[in-house]
Design a binder for this molecule. Sequence first.
Ligand code: NAD
Length: 486
Amino acid sequence: MAFNHFTIHAMEGQNMKLISSHYINGEFVESHGKETFDLINPSTQEVIGRVTLGDEEDTRRAIAAAKEAFKSYSKSAPEERAEYLQRLHDALIARAGEHAQALVQEYGGPSQMAQFLVQVAAEAILSAKNALNEVEFKKMVGRTEVSLQPVGIAGHITPWNANILYFFNKASAALAAGCTVVTKPSEMSALQTQLIMECVHEAKIPAGLINIVNGRGDVVGAEITRNRDVAKISFTGSTGVGKTIARDAAATLKRVTLELGGKSPHIILEDAELEQVIPFVLSSGFMNSGQACIAGTRVLVPESRADEIKAALKHAVDQHLKVGLPQDAGTAIGPMVSKIQYERVQGYINKGIAEGAEVVAGGPGHPAGLEGGNFVKPTLFANVTNDMAVAREEIFGPVLCLITYKTVQEAIAIANDTPYGLAGYVSGSDYDHAKRIADQIEAGTVSINAFNNNPAAPFGGFKQSGLGRENGVYGIQSYMEYKSIS
Ligand code: NAD
């Protein structure tokens, strides 16, 4: 690609990429900020890249570009917006393999998961495009014309664990609404972000509609949050940072969407079939190597079947859950994103043991033969009570807690006894019964017997898992406000 050499090049004699540009006003622009950050392959600890981090000046330039572009784009027709979304989708799909590879290399996403995330990102774009047909942009209420207006410039801040999905889901909803965008992705996702910038450029999205600044949260993220020209923030990340953003955004009364952490319950009902339960517990609990906000990490088991379910899960984790290099097709659990995250997960495994939980599978340390990367053993704890730290706090690694219950009412009470409310899972043979249980779980998304991604259905959390909803028409409306003319 003609523009690649301005922005990304391998350092001579080394397999290392240098990224020094942001994407502002339709161009790759050299960073004003000079601090750098090393990108480390979590499977090998090899430095695979170096990104130059933007500063407040880079951020203000991006916001100024978005502000200028908003003047005309906010008045664009839905058909024009749909055309840009289709082009974004096509540009993403054209390089789907490279995107998936970047996820594998940069955060150790298992390759099947990485390919799935790229697909889901593409579906999210089309979902926003299709939802444009459902948004009632204008209607009469008596003699008053009520119209939906884009709120202004949208500031997006995203995490490292599925950067591509969060980037495109947020950007698509904002563009569909008529907003222009400034995104700060995680500094740990710079290789993925570089590809995204190139896609936006290849899609020939008009200048200023999408701007992307690499940088630290407390510099670029903080400037986006503070800046009075930004009307809305959509943030995906940890609950702690989400609270800081909500507090700082209040100074200029920005609209805020927060997609935060979770500690989601999986209620296994008495009548559940083992053949259905075991794969569902593993896939929902260990998805993305356990580095998933919606992971079902508290597994609630009926006391009458505790031994049977514990033994079946132990067998499945020991025999069938492959920990290994993320690029290998059969790998279910790749490395943790960073050494810090490795240590954090180890800390929780040791804490669980100290609190009296029983290690059924896994435990502390590296899996044999994988000492060179941030690999942890997928760990199954039994004899967990819901007041233990391993049951209350988000670990963000492959650690599941089995908690027993006597009655369904007790299961629901335990499921809801958490500061979080992002997701929930129910396994049971009688669908109507399982649905009645799902109705009582305080969470934004509940899956019964299987995981199903629906990009048109609202996604978001109750309680400290967040504010607002994304996806489809719900996501688009979160970038708009009503206006009445009588
Ligand atoms: P994080 O909160 O550390 O960082 C997220 C983003 O916020 C990064 O881009 C970071 O640079 C930025 N940031 C940090 N401090 C900031 C500040 N003061 N002001 C503005 N921006 C700031 O999260 P992470 O470690 O990248 O991701 C993991 C977390 O994200 C987990 O808690 C996980 O549950 C959550 N998550 C939630 C969802 C969801 O949809 N609910 C999805 C994925 C991840």
